[in-house]
Design a protein around this ligand. Sequence first.
Ligand code: ADP
Length: 495
Amino acid sequence: MTRTYGPVLAGGFWLTAALVAAALVATVEYRRGSTELTRLESQAETRLAEKLAQHDAHLTALAAVVRMEPADPSESVQGLATAVTAFYPRIIGITTIRGDGKQPVTYQYGQTPGPAFDPSDELPVLETPGSTAFRSDPAGARYAIYKLVAPGVMIRMDIDADGLVADDTFPTGYSYRLWLADALLIEQPANGPALVTATRSTAVTSPSQPMRIEVARGFSVAELLPARVILPVLLLLGIATWLGLVFVRSVQARRREELRATLFEQEARLAHAGRVNALGEMASGIAHELAQPVAALLTQSQAARRALTIKRPDILERALDANVREARRAGDILDRMRAYIAGETPRLEPVPLDRALSDALRLAEADLARRGIEVSEDIAGECAVRIDVIAFQQVIHNILLNAADALTGRSSPRISIRAICDDHRAIITVADNGPGISSDVLPRVFEPFFTTKRNGMGLGLPLCARLIEKMDGSLEAGNAGGAVFTIRLPCEGLR
Ligand code: ADP
């Protein structure tokens, strides 16, 4: 599982971590950019306020001079206006306006004296000398400040708003807008699209020119995620993820190793417990199996004695040969029992399927017969299965005794053993006509210690499954009328 999903999980982790890291980097960059925006905006606001204050100071000075020389053109006013417009190029016109609002007489001072503006402009109504008013040019970028010098005498100062914010005030990526009251004087757009934009807006303190400046900074993807920061971060994350994956894998491998060791240990104990448990059950089968060679030994020994009396060495020889055969068979049975109980490592050997089954069946035959169970055997095809004979017998014995238990008290109890084989695989089914295995029991029958019997241990089937697996086969439980157990084993054809 780890091997299949590990890289995918690690990829997912890396992607998530990369997204989080990117979000963090973007947040830091955004905050840094926003702090810089605040600094530049406040600097621009201070400079702007200074410039607006200069306009007020010039108007005050001009008003004083106009008051001293009340007739136009005035040399003193011209001198001051020329100096002011020369030093402050954004002040593009200084005009005196005399008379009432209907028939004003204007005179423009400064570097280009003459009429300054369209006299049809509606003049502001100012009552107290020294008071001011402003008018912005609807065409944008310009505005005028009016100051009442004395009753019927006003000064107008025209300002080019473009000169209020120096070109180098804001670096690339910034945009700003400048308002005079509600009129937009300047709009300097950003150059290029932005992913997110931060904005600051401040009112500039000037009683004669109530301005507001709004500065915005757009952040492009490259600015929020600068390659010099994000690439090393992603690389470090990649290395950390890889190291994490290696670590997790080594921990998992160690755990698997420990688990396997524990399982082996448990399995060995389980197998032994199963054998000891089955030993009692098999005792009658063993006695039955041994009874045959022992009876044959008795018969042949009696025959040998008679042959001696009647002096028939040929009969004597045959009887003794038979005795040797039967004694060997009994010895084999006892050897297998000893090996089985001692838990010796399985020895897989090719055994003809029919012999394997009938040998296994023989162990339970007596018990089944005693319980009145009819057993049928149907083997199609000839092949040799590679089995550990003892283990295979134990499996069949266990399945048969389970069936016998299930058949207790049933009428016409029957067990049918069927086997088919081809050149590769043998399929053996042991079916009974008992109640079958209920749907809640069926998924659990191979669980160690699961039993529905009062005196059951729940070790038989898990052990059988394990033994068959060791022979490269499989064991399944199901229902077909009663219960049916299916064993699949590799096999080879008989030559
Ligand atoms: P035990 O025989 O000690 O209960 P097993 O592992 O051999 O342990 O069997 C587990 C359970 O499987 C049994 O308790 C029984 O419920 C169910 N089982 C096994 N064989 C049959 C069968 N032929 N018919 C019905 N149930 C069966």
